[in-house]
Ligand binder design. Sequence first.
Ligand SMILES: Cc1cc2nc3c(=O)[nH]c(=O)nc-3n(C[C@H](O)[C@H](O)[C@H](O)COP(=O)(O)OP(=O)(O)OC[C@H]3O[C@@H](n4cnc5c(N)ncnc54)[C@H](O)[C@@H]3O)c2cc1C
Length: 337
Amino acid sequence: MRVTIAGGGIVGSYLANLLRGEHDLRVLERQRPESFRAVCAWGTSYHEMRRLLELVDIEFDDYVLHVGKRMTVDLGDEAIEVPLKGLCTFDKRRLILDMHRRVEVTYGAEVRRVDEVRGDVVVDATGFHRVLLPRLQKDYYIPTLEYLIRYRDPPLDDFYVKPIKPLSGYFWYFPLGDGLAHVGAGDYYKRHVEVLNEFVARNGGEVIAKVGRPVRITPPRLAVPIVHGNVYGVGESVGAVYPVLGEGIIPGMQSAELFSSLLREGRLEEYPSKLIGFFEPLWTAFRYIRNKIRGEGNPLTNLRLLLGIFLHMKSKELRYGMEIRLRDWLRVVTTYG
Ligand SMILES: Cc1cc2nc3c(=O)[nH]c(=O)nc-3n(C[C@H](O)[C@H](O)[C@H](O)COP(=O)(O)OP(=O)(O)OC[C@H]3O[C@@H](n4cnc5c(N)ncnc54)[C@H](O)[C@@H]3O)c2cc1C
């Protein structure tokens, strides 16, 4: 079968590696390798990444930059120290380019319309852009701004986040080793630029790169259609992003894993329902975040949703790379209530 993947980001590249050797496969990527940017804070959970990359014979340890011991959640008047269980940063750009080397990638190939793309199966892995699938009727996304900063004397030595009221976004500091850090913020109400620049003004450092792009938090249940003709969406194009954290690497790769196994079994028609089912926890988290942002939902509904998020993450601490403690959640929610 001829399989064409539009977008060679983390998800498109991973999918190509999962399928390599099985099909007439190519990846169309609009960027060029020498200037390739993997826009992201490069944070992930060690154990699930290791599992996913083992499926394509890649050793995740070769890419890890910093393994966290604790994450400080700054609530203003007080701070929570969350023990970590594998939250780390990794060299996402190098991993993507290494995955490209094992498959056929055409660089500088900006896909605009589906009729330009040949393939029995075409995959939209263009992330937020969702170039080949129909536009979403209602799309939810958080604008972000991120700097890559080099410090002579880093102001922090581990993961640090500071939620922005009313839990409509957060500021992050993710260490990358060697005095480097991704420092960024995202906020539905667009106060992130102010929050980020205030931190930079206070802590100095040399800003090496700046990027700003939105993160989609519309969950797969609403990011429809997931399939249109012979075009199938994976990754952020179909909302595989955990809304509480804006975390899209692992969910996106999980969507690619699901897609590849259904393609292999000749059951691709089941992909949309299986994707929505698998990502049901994203739907719960999305509804909670949407209610917080809009100031909607009665307290009981919101408490039930919050409990749903907590129980899901508690049962998957290694997947999320951190200890999930109810008292921490309640402190965050009461502070930002
Ligand atoms: C500032 C920021 C920080 C983030 N931090 C984290 C984090 O720490 N951890 C985490 O898990 N998630 C994070 N995310 C979310 C995460 O980066 C994305 O959800 C994830 O990368 C989605 O992967 P993807 O492959 O689906 O899309 P993308 O990573 O967006 O990749 C899409 C690819 O398609 C290419 N492309 C786009 N349009 C076209 C076109 N027309 N033709 C051809 N190619 C095209 C792009 O060049 C790109 O290579 C962050 C997001 C942002 C914006």
